[in-house]
Design a protein around this ligand. Structure first.
Ligand SMILES: [Zn+2]
Length: 526
């Protein structure tokens, strides 16, 4: 039986942009809009055209693009008190953005009408009605966002219902109840939706903020109480604690509750969409994000891995491939033969008694004694496996590197570096100047290799973490360096290096990163 159809509305490019540390260039916004259309998200809120030139430029550019599924919407508020809607700057900006859809936000909470707008209840209703009517007359699909709906309803339910009625009578296509300050809990959401006189109203939607950590739960409660549209953002970014995370909401609605939004048939693209948007925002994806995080289907080695090998449904609530994620078996000191066999599976069929399994267990123990840790550095472990199986092609052979850091009393410190290596059957040299030694070394390696291996340009280092292993030895302590890398497709991988010298440990993690990419993705393409 086909599930109930619902609409998914993305506001990553508008509300998401209000989030801490979230910034997208115009080009990023256009690329994200394309990715959301590929995902068959029903509505894309592109921004607030009146707020600044960058927002207005988005609407000029997006007009030239064709979308196969999504309707692009501009966002703005109702007309000002005591003025005409036709000549209002907000309404004019919405019309001039030339989007097929518009979102118009209005007040529901009487305290806001009085204290923020400085007007009275009746004028607020006229502002809503006039604004929606003008936009409908211009042929737009109108989504009416009722700001602070839940607080307004709890304060005065009669007035909140009059606001809904005003939106309906003016012709709004959807009335979206907004939990603007994010303070409402799911039980209250359910109760309020069921108390509304829905038969006389336009279809309802929901827009929830995550200040109580319940934005996804509230969205699901709204759906179950009859809402047909949910607004949220990719990765849950947004003002303060964020918005409902569509990466959690969509799989819950589809896989757990059987709803059928258009994006249901694109569910397996969700993980890559989440990582793509994170990459555009230059934010390290949250590993523990439900469904799409790298930890979502990660299992510590040992007993859990044994159970998984027998029947995965005993350990995982859904199949990771449904959302485009994958299972990770984490390697730790507890790693047993069955974990290594599982890891080897991508290279063929192996059993616990195979020589290579015993060899890898021995190697792993030795490396762990030296301070290596592969739980968060699967790419380095993959290289160990490749070497043990003789399925490894090195990318470079180091001859020497030379780094010199200098600082004068009135200038910032700098590092100059040179590297000599054999690669691509040639003797190569790379040089760079950077702030610190690791950055300089990375730039010098790229300088030497990129002309011969253009793929190096697709790789960027997104995270770098250092841990001192035995601090009692002071400056001779060993350090462990983890490097996270990513490519243009949003694939990420982690590598590790250990040494008493932080530069050498970083070098090891850096070379592992390049060699992993080369062996795993580049040689495979040929
Ligand atoms: Zn919001």
């Amino acid at each position: 039986m086909a599930g109930k159809q619902i609409q998914v509305f993305d506001t990553t490019l508008r509300d998401g942009m209000q989030g801490l540390e979230i910034n997208f260039s115009l080009e990023d916004k256009l690329q994200i809009a394309t990715a959301l259309d590929d995902m068959k998200i029903d509505y894309i809120e592109g921004g607030f055209p009146l707020s600044n030139e960058k927002e207005a430029a988005f609407f000029r550019e997006v007009r030239k693009m064709t979308f196969s599924h999504s309707m692009v919407c501009a966002f703005g508020s109702t007309r000002r008190a005591g003025a005409s809607a036709e000549r209002d700057p907000h309404i004019t900006a919405l019309l001039e953005s030339e989007t097929p859809g518009v979102v118009v936000v209005g007040k529901t909470w009487r305290a806001h009408v009085e204290k923020v707008l400085g007007t009275d209840d009746e004028e607020n209703l006229r502002m809503i009605a006039d604004s929606i009517e003008v936009l409908k007359k211009a042929g737009r699909h109108v989504i009416f966002d009722l700001e602070h709906f839940f607080d307004g309803y709890l304060d005065n339910p009669e007035y909140a219902i009059r606001v809904l009625q005003a939106g309906t009578d003016a012709g709004a296509d959807t009335l979206v109840l907004c939990d603007t300050n994010g303070g409402t809990l799911p039980s209250v959401v359910s109760r309020i939706y069921t108390e509304l006189p829905v038969a006389s109203l336009a279809p309802l939607g929901g827009h929830f903020h995550n200040d109580c950590g319940t934005a996804v739960a509230n969205s699901l409660a709204a759906l179950e109480a009859g809402a047909i549209q949910i607004q949220g953002t990719i990765n849950g970014w947004g003002e303060r604690c964020g918005n409902a995370n569509l990466c959690g909401f969509i799989p819950n609605a589809v896989l757990k509750l059987g709803y059928q939004p258009a994006c249901a048939d694109r569910l397996s693209h969700l993980t890559s969409l989440s990582r793509f948007v994170a990459e555009k925002a230059n934010i390290i994806p949250d590993k523990r994000q439900p469904y799409v995080g790298t930890a979502a289907f990660s299992h510590k080695a040992g007993q859990h891995a044994d159970v998984l090998a027998k029947a995965d449904y005993l350990m995982e609530h859904v199949d990771s491939s449904l959302v485009g994620n994958e299972r990770h078996i984490l390697l730790s000191e507890l790693a047993g033969k069955s974990t290594v066999v599982e890891k080897l599976a991508k290279y063929g069929k192996f059993s616990k008694n195979d020589e290579v399994v015993g060899k890898l267990i021995g190697l792993l123990k030795e490396k762990e004694r030296d301070g290596y840790e592969y739980e968060a550095a699967e790419a380095s472990f993959d290289l160990l496996v490749r070497r043990a199986l003789d399925r490894y092609e090195p990318i470079l052979q180091i001859r020497n590197y030379h780094l010199e850091s200098y600082k004068a009393y009135d200038t910032p410190s700098k590092t100059v570096g040179r590297i000599f290596m054999q690669a691509h059957n040639k003797d190569l040299m790379g040089a760079a100047v950077g702030v610190g030694p690791v950055e300089t070394l990375d730039a010098a390696v790229r300088d030497a290799l990129e002309p011969h291996y253009p793929f190096i340009g697709r790789i960027s280092l997104t995270d770098y973490r250092v841990r001192v292993l035995n601090p009692e030895r002071a400056s001779a302590a060993r350090v462990r360096v983890f490097v996270t890398s990513t490519d243009h497709q949003g694939r990420t991988w982690d590598t590790v290096g250990v040494n008493e010298n932080i530069v050498e440990a970083s070098w090891e993690a850096l070379v592992d990163s390049l060699e992993y990419y080369y062996n795993e993705f580049v040689l495979g393409e040929k």
